[in-house]
Write a protein that binds this ligand. Structure first.
Ligand SMILES: Cc1cc2nc3c(=O)[nH]c(=O)nc-3n(C[C@H](O)[C@H](O)[C@H](O)COP(=O)(O)OP(=O)(O)OC[C@H]3O[C@@H](n4cnc5c(N)ncnc54)[C@H](O)[C@@H]3O)c2cc1C
Length: 443
């Protein structure tokens, strides 16, 4: 059997690993010159060996497939890990920098307001029967017709609580709360709760020691070395013509016939290919599924003149943190993680402009007296091969698109974080690639 896999991100590589491991002949086509897709550690912009992640950064303790992969290649994590919480360590409001202790005095009832809101979201997650089938939730239609913003309104959040909730949506889902289905939020919580209950781990997020790129690079090095795998970098797939017995894959230079095709690219990239015979609802899902708009801007300063911990701002940076905190050294890299409308707007500027805007904001927020010595800014929305950061099911889209996106169409299988149960994460990419391979092997 011969399978063409399109895209060498973690999903395509995982499919290639499973299929080639079972003796299938694999042709792995990647439009870019490197493997890893949305995992990319940037080193060449920074002095003193420091680095920052332009895409995925955190591996949660619930991400057991990622953990397994990292163990396979001897890749470790940094420190004790971080516990996510809606209220971050500090808040920059207008022109005031407030720390954790000052927040309750500054806005009474802030903690209670955020907790009540979080609990109301949790209640919907608890009613989820099976996180891999959110359409079976007893209130699926109703929850899918609501957005996270509706939930915020119902909770009557105080001004600061409302900012924290909005920034959480812009960070976690990469989009404004108006564009996140409440059913999707419940599904995401439920799938996490399922793993927590099954494994008993404590929920923590870790950075990969030495940079996240090593995960895909290590997997690729093993898989590509197998005699039944042909890796073709800088090969963009333009057209797929599925037939009854096989499928024809057309690149810029040749045609390849395969028994099956795994499409492991983001949906925006699928939408740019000519594919014959797709069902209308699937075509609609490919064109319309929501994607977060994240712009990450990392700026290196000669000294760490900032408050420790993860902070939330009312300013253009949205969320700021030292992403080099485990790297040691006198210099440090401060990261702005900007999503939703803000991420989109920033993405419209050139990289040089973005760095200038964010570095100026960072200096204002923290009162940094020195200028930057290195930087990058990456907008995932403005790149045609990605068209966004990661999938986010908008109101109405879980009940309409969840199922159709996960069904094979003849010789075609979709893979990628957007069709996983752990949507939006590296874990989901690995999950989806393995699942596509299993379905093919079972035929
Ligand atoms: C800013 C940001 C922050 C994130 N943070 C986290 C995080 O902290 N933790 C976490 O777990 N996840 C995070 N993620 C999500 C994570 O990066 C993705 O879920 C995961 O890497 C997706 O893998 P994939 O294989 O599905 O897709 P991709 O990695 O996008 O791989 C798809 C590949 O297909 C290739 N391709 C596209 N078009 C074609 C074509 N026509 N022909 C051939 N090849 C093509 C692309 O070049 C790419 O290499 C983040 C993502 C972003 C953007």
């Amino acid at each position: 059997m011969r399978v063409v896999i399109v895209g060498a991100g973690l999903s395509g590589l995982s499919a290639a690993d499973s299929l080639s491991g079972a003796g299938v002949e694999v042709e792995l086509m990647e439009a870019g010159h490197r493997v890893g897709g949305r995992t990319r550690t940037v080193r060449d912009r920074f002095a003193h060996g420091q680095y920052a992640e332009s895409g995925a950064e955190w591996v949660d303790t619930t991400h057991w497939r990622m953990k397994e992969l990292m163990d396979r290649y001897g890749l470790g994590v940094h420190g004790e890990g971080m516990k996510w919480s809606a209220i971050r360590r500090w808040l920059f409001w207008g022109d005031r920098l407030l720390d954790e202790r000052e927040l309750p005095e500054w806005e009474r009832g802030l903690g209670e307001s955020v907790d009540a809101y979080e609990e109301s979201v949790d209640r919907h997650a608890e009613a989820m029967i099976d996180a891999s089938r959110p359409q079976d939730h007893p209130q699926a239609e109703e929850l899918d017709s609501l957005s996270l913003a509706d939930m915020m309104r119902r909770a009557g959040l105080s001004p600061a609580a409302s900012l924290f909730a909005r920034r959480n949506s812009q960070g976690e889902f990469g989009t404004e709360p108006e564009r996140v289905s409440l059913l999707f939020v419940a599904q995401q919580r439920a799938q996490e709760n399922e793993v927590l209950a099954r494994t008993g781990v404590q929920l923590r997020a870790h950075r990969v020691a030495g940079g996240v790129s090593a995960v895909a690079e290590s997997l690729a090095a093993e898989v590509i070395a197998r005699p039944n795998v042909r890796f073709r970098p800088s090969t963009e797939v333009r057209r797929i013509t599925p037939g009854a017995e096989s499928a024809l894959v057309t690149t810029g230079t040749d045609d390849v016939t395969a028994d099956f095709v795994v499409l492991a690219t983001p949906l925006r990239a699928v939408g740019r290919m000519e594919i014959e015979g797709l069902p209308p609802l699937l075509r609609e899902a490919i064109d319309r599924l929501g994607y977060g708009t994240i712009t990450k801007t990392a700026v290196q300063f000669p000294c760490r003149q900032w408050r420790p911990g993860y902070g939330t701002t009312t300013s253009v940076s949205q969320r700021l943190y030292d992403c080099s905190v485990e790297q040691g050294g006198a210099t440090g890299v401060l990261m702005s993680y900007c999503g939703g409308d803000g991420g989109d707007t920033l993405g419209g500027s050139t990289e040089k402009e973005r760095v200038e805007i964010i570095a100026t904001d960072m200096r204002k927020v923290h009162g940094i007296g020195v200028g930057p010595i290195g930087a990058f800014s990456r907008s995932w929305t403005s790149s045609g091969r990605y068209g966004g950061a990661y999938a986010v099911y908008e109101p109405g889209q879980v009940t309409r698109y969840w199922e159709v996106l996960r069904q094979p169409v003849g010789r075609l299988q979709l893979a990628g974080e957007h069709v996983a149960t752990c949507t939006g994460y590296m874990e989901g990419a690995v999950e989806s690639g393995r699942a596509a391979a299993e379905r093919i092997l079972a035929r």
